[in-house]
Design a protein around this ligand. Sequence first.
Ligand code: UFG
Length: 332
Amino acid sequence: MKILVVGGAGYIGSFMTRVLQEQGYEPVVLDNLSTGHRASVDKVVTFINGNISDPNLLKDLFKTHAIEVVMHFSAFSLVGESIQAPLLYYRNNVANTLHLLSAMADAGVEKFIFSSTAAIFGNPVEVPITESHPKNPINPYGHSKNMIERILEDLSAASGLRYVSLRYFNAAGGHPAGTMGEDHRNETHLIPLILKSLLDTGKEKKSLTVFGTDYNTTDGTCVRDYIHILDLAQAHMLALKYLISGGVSDCFNLGNGKGFSVLEVIKAAENVTGRKVPVTYGERRSGDPAVLVAGSGKIIDAFNWKPEFDSLEEIIGTAWKWHSSFPEGYND
Ligand code: UFG
């Protein structure tokens, strides 16, 4: 069965592509390589270098390949950047997704898995954050994802489209074999930045700046819920099977349900690597809620999803294997 993986050369999309291959599906990757890496996708996978804003490309793609389900990972996802450049975010995350959904409708493709985010909830009024938590995004990134959730709801009510929206908390980690992992050209995420600060790549070593020490948390630093990339991919596999077997449209929060502060993540990285993280303390980063922890009970009950990598050390250990094996990232 052919599955279109839009953004299949990005961090999450490339793991998804690999898991689809391993589980006997035929992924077709569409990626413009603006942030992704060709080398993160197996050469045997059909790879189309292009944009979802190109209606002719999408028309041809759906005509050439008998796609049954679309998984959509191609979005910009940095809160700070979205505050600086909202048009970029609304154009890529909203307008381009509408192009994709239109082409799917024209081609009669009616199953869709959407990458949503904890950022649709804004500052939590209660933690853990369940699906019934009010949705009040506080930045353009969160708004852009929330808008698509709204559009999907309307589209699903008006047409044959069925979708699953998965609201990720903090995706992290690498392949246990050390061959795949996070490689952002402009890295902003905590775990890769910590691990890169421990590597001597010949470049000037950078210390890790802790953004804010005066939050209302146990140690004053932000608390996040880190979910291993393969557990996240497995949740997509379950969502895929659910849609294939006729499941109705639905949304699920997706995290481990455990929160770790920035200082706890640094400590865990030191335990895993046996090295001391060079730390400096800075101001709060704008747009950061103090605590984001998922209530994942709904997806656990509905799909019997169970995270395999449920300790922070395991998650960081797989990331370390990747960064220490490939300090310069993918070779492309
Ligand atoms: N942090 C630091 N120093 C750094 C980088 C990060 O202290 O150099 C802190 C952040 O302030 C935050 C935590 O580490 O408290 C995690 O930050 P990340 O940038 O790794 O991840 P975010 O929590 O900002 O982002 C994640 C997803 C986004 C999503 C967001 C919801 O990656 O897609 O959660 O707020 F929108």
